[in-house]
Write a protein of this length. Structure first.
Length: 51
């Protein structure tokens, strides 16, 4: 999340490109996807420990 905020701050002030916006959104979505995958794997591993 901090990386996405940093990327948004680093964008030039004048003439915001649509490609820059797409890259930032894609980066945030990729980060969210990785977090979801890690949380699902961690939850699945904790269920296997108890059985």
């Amino acid at each position: 999340m901090l990386l996405a905020l940093w990327l948004i701050q680093e964008t030039p002030d004048g003439g915001s490109d649509s490609t820059t916006t797409i890259r930032v959104v894609a980066g945030v979505l990729a980060l969210v996807l990785v977090v979801v995958i890690l949380m699902r794997r961690k939850r699945k591993a904790s269920k296997e420990d108890w059985s």
